[in-house]
Design a protein. Structure first.
Length: 226
């Protein structure tokens, strides 16, 4: 009986590794059409008898303003271009703050957020975090920084039913993502910690302050070279 269980687990692990590697290789070349979070949000809206809101338009990275790329690096992951997928210093600080009972601060990089959004579900369990680390390692190895940024800016939640920079640019500023200004890009980046609650336009004082801070950091960034 025990031998059968081990054989089953071994085969399941082999299938998992095969499928996960296949998907990572596939999405290196093919746009990600749908993510688990998109499905979860749609189910939540149906459960609450709300209209299902969904806006997602994939565009190549060259059709997304460099200002938008600079804004998310400034706001979400200042070491994106140099780390190997994990910002160990930020992770250490997050653990220290959590141990002290302070408000939880994330140590997730853009690579980790991309892995979570494309392949996994929201949550903080050890299993999910372990899988997040696994997929982060894979996409850093297979995709590289430019593709990670492209998938990130096309897949993450940027509002209620709004996914990706192109959809966000259309919803908030009635323009294409390639035409976003520095202030508009900072406005979108400023709401990413809680995009269903914060507003990119007609924002609160707190979000306007975040926009100002993001723009200040953007001006200190050097050239973005993938």
């Amino acid at each position: 009986m025990i031998a059968k269980i081990f054989r089953f687990l071994f085969k399941a692990a082999l299938w998992f590794f095969a499928i996960s590697i296949f998907l990572v290789i596939l999405f290196k070349f093919v746009p990600v059409p749908f993510t688990p979070l998109m499905g979860i949000r749609a189910m939540e809206q149906l459960k609450n008898s709300e209209e299902v809101v969904y806006s997602h338009d994939w565009v190549p990275l060259e059709e997304i303003s460099m200002q938008m790329q600079r804004a998310v690096i400034a706001s979400e992951d200042g070491k994106f271009l140099t780390h190997g997928g994990f910002d160990w210093e930020a992770i250490k600080k997050a653990r220290e703050n959590n141990a002290k009972g302070k408000k939880m601060k994330g140590g997730s990089t853009i690579s980790q957020q991309t892995a979570k959004n494309v392949f996994l579900w929201p949550g903080r369990s050890y299993v999910r975090k372990g899988l997040e680390a696994y997929f982060t390692f894979l996409i850093e190895l297979v995709w590289g920084k430019e593709r990670i940024m492209e998938v990130y800016l096309n897949s993450i939640e940027m509002g209620n039913g709004v996914y990706g920079a192109q959809a966000a640019a259309q919803v908030y500023f009635q323009k294409d993502a390639k035409n976003l200004t520095a202030r508009e890009a900072a406005s979108i980046a400023a709401i990413l910690p809680n995009p269903r609650e914060y507003k990119a336009t007609n924002s609160s004082r707190y979000i306007n302050g975040r926009k100002d801070k993001i723009q200040r950091v953007m001006r200190t960034l050097g050239p973005i070279e993938y």
